[in-house]
Design a protein around this ligand. Structure first.
Ligand code: UTP
Length: 404
């Protein structure tokens, strides 16, 4: 075993990993050393104290009524941008879906009842509605984790890209970060392997740069990227009206938002922080903020984000050198115990470290908050049961006339 590696691990109080390595045959030791040398161990020094927040102010949204009045114009601008090849889409599909507890990429989940209808299929169907109307494809970049890359790619291939054009779809991998147990120790995912997890959805643009996707973006002269989550089955992708509204506003980014169902709803709200667009989490809001209303009676902090953003590529390029904050999330993480048994926990047991797409919003000079009707555009599949579950998403799909 390389002396340097074990010394470094000892210094970082990870002696148990050194002991485990010593118990391995030499070839496996070498493999493990090589994995560790390539790990980003900065998580071991991550200061998890809450980020200091600035001064919050409300950010007003373009409302459903305003959008309805300008719909035709916005839509035409958006469709033209798509026809001109200026719009690409980025599907964030690298999550682990631990709350859903499905052992495959979440997009492979069959939300159908009488027929098969996969989450990926719902998304592509929605995108196809737009591209059929525009008469042009939108280049689609699919971000996966290391673990689900192959399965995701094969699934699309097996299903003929659900009718989308294969030539307009690219898959790329995001990076991984080590996970830590509650004592701040690295974990093993198996014999000779340190446990790692996807590094969150905030690194999507940096990962596009590292994997050569930005060359495709540049060569195709794509000016806007619409980034969206995999788990909202009503997600409207490359929505021409949204694109047109953002272009016409002259802003450098846009966020789809939904009006809160009630003041205490647990959503991150789009607002201004020290004059820049930002997202304030529900648990960061004071009672004054939660209940504050405008003259027309609407909550001042009313518009929750749904992970559907539009960014201008030239502005994204300027953010590439910025290191996004790492957020710690307590999750169910499979690991190998001291008896070399693989344990699949029923409850959260360890931390993973993530950058968040919402932190990219803060790097923008401005952002158009664009209101959408939640009953038509927001059906997240997060949990097995209860809120934001398979059942609630199925009900919303049906309500939108989609047969299951
Ligand atoms: P979530 O925050 O819901 O995380 O992801 P998750 O890992 O999918 O699910 P849980 O929390 O374990 O149940 C929101 C979106 O960000 C993507 C997900 O695929 C989803 O589209 N994501 C999340 C990534 O692409 N990479 C990540 O590392 C994390």
């Amino acid at each position: 075993m390389k002396h340097k590696t074990s010394e470094m691990l000892n210094m970082l109080h990870q002696e148990h990993i050194v002991l485990h390595m010593r118990s391995l045959p030499e070839d496996e030791q070498l493999k493990m050393v090589s994995q560790i040398e390539n790990l980003d161990l900065s998580v071991l020094n991550n200061d998890n104290s809450e980020e200091k927040r600035g001064h919050f102010e409300p950010l007003y949204a373009t409302t459903l009524d305003e959008i309805a009045q300008n719909r035709n114009r916005y839509k035409e601008i958006g469709l033209q941008a798509i026809r001109d090849g200026k719009v690409g889409a980025v599907l964030l599909a690298g999550g682990q879906g631990s709350r859903l507890g499905f052992d495959h990429p979440k997009g492979m989940f069959n939300i159908g009842v009488e027929r098969e209808l996969y989450i990926f299929e719902c998304l592509i169907n929605n995108l196809l509605e737009v591209t059929n109307e525009a008469g042009a494809y939108v280049p689609l970049f699919v971000m996966t984790s290391t673990e689900n890359y192959k399965e995701t790619h094969e699934f699309f291939r097996k299903h003929n890209y659900f009718g989308y054009s294969e030539d307009n779809v690219w898959f790329f991998m995001q990076e991984q970060l080590p996970t830590l147990d509650t004592n701040g120790k690295l974990m093993l995912s198996g014999r000779g392997t340190v446990s790692t997890a996807p590094n969150g959805n905030g690194g999507w643009y940096a990962s596009m740069a590292k994997t050569g996707m930005l060359k495709i973006v540049k060569d195709a002269h794509i000016e806007w990227l619409n980034v969206f989550a995999v788990d909202n089955v009503l997600q409207r992708i490359a929505d021409p009206c949204f694109i047109g509204a953002v272009i016409e506003s002259g802003k450098v980014s846009g966020a789809k938002v939904v009006a809160k169902a009630d003041p205490n709803e647990k959503v991150g709200v789009l607002c201004l922080e020290d004059g820049r667009p930002s997202i304030v989490e529900y648990y960061e809001m004071t009672d004054e903020m939660i209940n504050r209303r405008e003259e027309n009676g609407v909550l001042s902090y009313n518009y929750g984000v749904i992970l559907n953003y539009l960014f201008r590529v030239d502005k994204l390029n300027q953010t590439l050198s910025v290191k996004l904050p790492l957020h710690r999330a307590f999750k169910k993480i499979k690991y190998m115990n001291e008896n070399n048994e693989i344990i699949k926990p029923e409850e959260p047991n360890a931390y993973k470290f993530e950058t968040l797409a919402l932190d990219m919003v803060k790097l923008q000079d401005n952002c158009l908050a664009y209101e959408v009707d939640r009953s038509r555009e927001f059906a997240p599949v997060k949990n097995k049961e209860g809120v934001d579950s398979v059942e609630t998403a199925q009900a919303l799909l049906r309500k939108n006339g989609i047969e299951l």
